[in-house]
Each structure stands twice: as C-alpha cells, then as structure tokens.
Design a protein around this ligand. Structure first.
Ligand SMILES: [Zn+2]
Length: 426
C-alpha cells in the first residue's frame, strides 16, 4: 500500500471514529480537518496530490542534504490576542516567552533536549526554522507584531472555532496567510489546548489559516499553566500546533498504529499522555523497536516538560511545506522594518539583523551617510540601557552580549525624529 492510499484510509477511518465517539482531545486540528473534508470532499483528493509533491521534495532533498550547510528560514509571525475577560488579554512579555519557545524548539536550542546517550538523540535535529514577531504589517506599516481585539464571545466552543479568524464574527481577520504565520490566543472551550489549519487548505480556505492556542497554554509566564493546565506551562502547545501548520501529523497517525507520513518516528499504537518512562511500549503491536514509542516528540500528547524533539524526517517535511504550499513566506518582508518609518520623517533606510540574535551581537545597516543619527538601547519600558552609539553609514556592529535574554528596543534618533524597533536576544 502506498503512503497516499494510507493517508486516504486514515482520513476515512478518523472520520468514522469521530462519528462513533467524541474524544476529548488536547488538539482539535484533525477534528477541524475532518469537518472541512466533510463539507468539501475535494479536499481529500487535493491532500493526496499535495502529499505526492511533499514526498517528491523529501526524496530529492535527502539526496542533496550532505553539504552540512544550514539554510535558516525565518517566518514572520503575528500574534492576535482576542479577549473577553481581561485575564485573557495576555501581556507582551507572555507573547515574547512563546516566541522564545518556538525559536528554541525549532532550532534545537531547548535546554531539555535529549542527551547524546539517548537512543533517539541520533534522530533529533535542528529544523532550521525560526520565527520573528512581524515588524511590518500587510500594508507596509510598522508594527510590533501583536494585535488585540476585545470580543463579546465568552468561550470559543468547537462549533464556532472557525469564527476566531473573522472580525465580523467576534474574532480577527488573519493577515495575508501566504506571508505571515497568524497565531491566535483565545479562551477555547472544554479542555482543547489548540488547533491549526494544515497547509492543504491554504489555497481553498486562506481566511481560515492560522494557529489557535488557549490562553492558559500559551507561552511560559503570565496565564501559562494556570487553572487545570499546569502540565501545559512551557509553550509546547505552540510548538505542536505550528508543527501541524507546517504539515506534521500526530506521531500515532490519528488511528491505531496509524502512519504519520514520516519514516524516522517509531510507529505508535495511540496517543501518549502524561510522561511515560523510557523505554515505553517497546516492541509494540505496530512494530516499534526495542526503544519503544517516541513519546518525547512534540507531535505526541505528552506533558510540556516531557516533549523535546522533532526528527530529521519531520524537519524535512516542514521544509517541504516551506518550499511548497507555504513558499510565500520565503519572500515575505514581514520581518523587515518598513523602509518608510512613520516617525522618521524622510525615511533613512536601515535594517537590523539577525533578529532574534543568539549571541547578543547585531548588525545595524544605516544607508544614509548624510543624516547623523545615534542608536540607544532601551528596555521595554523605554528606560535606556548603556550609552548611545553614533551610527555611521554602512554596517554598525552593536555588541549587546552583556544583556540577558529577552526583548529590548533599539531607538534610533536623528534630527528628523526617532523610531523604535524591537529586538530579541536568546
Ligand atoms: Zn495536534
């Protein structure tokens, strides 16, 4: 049986099981996919066609992947906070904490990764994907990458969750999904932690694209882990749902001994919960090896402090998506500071990179030799840190390695005015 036939059968089986019993699930991604397939039966066929393209990319990439050269892709991200009760209006710092987790987990910078003696360490990879909070909105205006919307909707239950992406229905219209990752923070009904729309639907349902995360399972501070969500306090719901958004399936393939369309994840009988002990369910009925199931994979259902890895096969699948259905992100300017600043009057051009920076070293390229300017580092309250540095034309090096991890502001002052730009140190 081919991969494509398997996915078709898995989708059909999942549809049946959804009808037979409503399972309490931490993730609603497959629930919504099944509903959308029921409404639009052509979606299943498109998924099969897309999967053929994905597998072709993966086969080709496997041959080419010997150089060892990293090709980092940065995804412009906007976080839409939709709140009814003020507690749901999560802080900027909580949003930064989620961005940090995404950047750590997708780049294998998470401090809880498996140790090098672990049998699954050899499958663990840096997926070479990063995220920035957008500096430029779809209209080219400066932004901090965060929108806030007060709503009359108290709880987003299953049957109205599609409305989260529509301003007219109490939610918030997504930003151009071919150029941005849209992350929504809301009060989801029941125990659902989040859900994402798969890339297969980007062309047919662009307005529905994005990732949704409940406010108690978002980031690592503030409301993260509150209430009955203590095990979801490390931002891994975001990692899991962005994995779906980049076309990853659950590790157990959403049916007993199902296929997740990735060759290097051990076959799993079903979803795993809490935090099993290694090796778990070794030599299982679906043919796992003596090391058992990969319950520490981000695409399982285990606790946040139990999951810590993507595999090479999963990373390739995500990269196939970024070079396929979501290739618009590769040329998106969402991470770039707009060239025409609203506050600097005659638009001297500059860019700041890398952002985020892991070392605390930034390059600030200042393209206007005729305008004297200086840059000041500030904390998020606008308090200056250290001395101002004069900007010279060309590349200026900013050594901020003495600062601890977090978000800061770079304020650029010239005779024409000033503007502030957010930077991140990891
Ligand atoms: Zn999921």
């Amino acid at each position: 049986m081919t991969q494509l036939q398997k996915i078709l059968i898995a989708s059909a089986l999942s549809l049946c099981s959804a009808v037979m019993y409503a399972q309490t699930s931490r993730c609603n991604s497959m629930h919504h996919l099944r509903q959308h397939i029921a409404k639009d039966p052509t979606l299943a066929n498109r998924m099969i066609q897309n999967e053929a393209v994905t597998q072709a990319y993966i086969q080709n990439a496997k041959h080419q992947k010997a150089s060892g050269v990293k090709n980092i892709i940065t995804i412009p991200t906007v976080v839409h906070v939709i709140w009814n009760d003020p507690v749901e209006n999560v802080s900027d710092d909580q949003i930064f904490s989620q961005m940090l987790v995404l950047n750590e987990d997708f780049r294998l910078l998470n401090s809880d990764s498996l140790d090098s003696q672990h049998p699954f360490w050899s499958s663990t990879v840096d997926s070479e994907i990063e995220f920035c909070l957008a500096s430029q909105d779809p209209d080219g205006n400066p932004t901090n990458g965060i929108t806030r919307t007060q709503t009359s909707v108290v709880v987003w239950d299953d049957n109205i969750q599609d409305d989260i992406k529509y301003s007219a229905n109490g939610g918030k219209d997504n930003w151009d999904p071919t150029r941005y990752l849209n992350i929504y923070v809301v009060n989801l009904g029941g125990t659902t932690l989040g859900f994402a729309q798969f890339p297969d639907e980007l062309s047919s349902n662009p307005n529905g694209d994005g990732v949704v995360i409940r406010y108690e399972a978002f980031g690592t501070e503030g409301t993260a882990g509150t209430g009955s969500f203590g095990a979801n306090n490390l931002g891994r719901t975001g990692t899991h749902e962005v994995g779906h958004w980049l076309n990853l399936r659950h590790i157990w393939g959403d049916t007993i001994c199902g296929d997740d369309l990735v060759s290097d994840t051990e076959p799993a009988e079903d979803a795993n919960y809490n935090c099993p002990t290694f090796p778990y369910n070794d030599n299982n009925t679906c043919g796992s090896g003596p090391d058992g199931e990969m319950y520490m994979n981000y695409m399982d259902y285990t606790d946040d402090n139990c999951m810590s890895m993507f595999t090479a096969g999963q990373a390739l699948r995500m990269q196939a998506t970024l070079n396929g259905a979501r290739s618009g992100l590769l040329t998106s300017n969402g991470c770039q500071v707009p060239s025409k600043s609203n506050t600097l009057k005659s638009s001297p051009q500059f860019s700041i990179f890398p952002n985020p920076s892991q070392s605390g070293m930034f390059s600030l390229e200042w393209e206007s030799s005729s305008i004297s300017a200086r840059v000041i580092v500030e904390d998020l309250t606008g308090r200056s840190i250290g001395k101002a540095q004069a900007l010279e034309s060309g590349v200026n090096v900013l050594n901020l390695s003495y600062l601890s991890s977090g978000a800061y502001l770079l304020r650029i002052e010239s005779v024409q005015g000033s503007s502030s730009h957010k930077i991140f140190i990891q």
